[in-house]
Design a protein around this ligand. Sequence first.
Ligand SMILES: NC(=O)c1ccc[n+]([C@@H]2O[C@H](COP(=O)([O-])OP(=O)(O)OC[C@H]3O[C@@H](n4cnc5c(N)ncnc54)[C@H](O)[C@@H]3O)[C@@H](O)[C@H]2O)c1
Length: 374
Amino acid sequence: MKIGVAKEIKPDEYRVALTPAGARELGQGGHDVIVETGAGEGSAFADAAYEAAGAVIADVDDVWADAELLLKVKEPIESEYARLRDGLVLFTYLHIAADEPLTRALLESGITAVAYETVETDSGVLPLLAPMSEIAGRLAAQAGAYFLERPQGGRGLLLGGVPGVSPGRVVVIGGGMVGYNAAVIALGLGADVMILERSLDRMRHLEEILSGRLSLVMSSSLEIEESVQDADVVIGAVLIPGALAPKLITREMVAEMKEGSVLADVAIDQGGCAETSRPTTHSDPVYVVDGVTHYCVANMPGAVPITSTKALTNATLPYVEEIADYGLALAVAQDPALARGVNVVGGKVTYEAVAEAHGLDYHPLEDSLPLSPV
Ligand SMILES: NC(=O)c1ccc[n+]([C@@H]2O[C@H](COP(=O)([O-])OP(=O)(O)OC[C@H]3O[C@@H](n4cnc5c(N)ncnc54)[C@H](O)[C@@H]3O)[C@@H](O)[C@H]2O)c1
């Protein structure tokens, strides 16, 4: 298969969808890899490293035009919509439940779009979201600590405190991959940490691994209202797979938060879990509402591209190999986890939560692609 790797053009995005090591694996599998000029630069991979791994370097037009499978990191932005086409399989983060214009562009183009974030195993694990969630969670705790500093507009509080002075309080809403990693780093900094979670099974697991080091509380509107009032840092880390994030933190709750506290809404890529959240970028990461610093960067792992690119491609490469080796139809027939990643096929939405989010018709994947091995 001809596999294209596009350079990311979204502002402040430095990751790339394939490393030279991955290019070599695919080449050894008999595939042709075409990498856009400079695609790996932001992650410290030179064009020469891809060439040495057997890939061809090409300009943007050739990569999009020649590829049968196009690998990206972030969703196509408006200037890329014209490149979407029938016959191409796009494999990338899409998050289209929160992006109606992109959903329509994908549908109109006839492209087949497979979303990293909805690839899901039978046990509900999201293997391609997990590595980025680990990174975003860890960064969220760091951002919380940083924006509490007075010169950054914060309360002027050292999150970890010092002997004789109480630490800051971190409230994490959602104890999944982001929430767990945020909590671990906040604990490491010495903060007083609480996780609000909705799944009892998840709470039992967190209790086993973090026993005694933080408080674990069942999430409810009342608990959220009370705990965010006391918080120095609130980290929004909820997820309903493929759907918009629920607005758990209302405008009124934000108004009751402490002056100079920080709200890091990591769930912003799914629309955010606070009513006051709107996406920001690494070059302008925060804004203030009612005295609360909002940190809502939609592509947090983009800040640490060397770590992120390696963590992402470690997770995506086995799926890329499946699609390349078998073609998409057979690959999804063999792997239900990959099948759950398919969001759009030939002008139809094949992921139920995306159809619901935009009031579009839902077409089960088996109507478009065979789902049992042929
Ligand atoms: N901004 C970024 O750069 C970035 C990067 C990675 C992930 N994310 C986003 O972070 C969010 C969390 O991702 P994740 O990988 O941790 O997901 P996850 O599925 O591992 O965890 C989500 C958790 O939220 C819990 N939850 C759901 N509803 C809840 C509620 N009402 N109250 C409390 N908890 C609730 C679930 O039980 C689950 O444990 C997602 O929206 C994801 O897209 C953003």
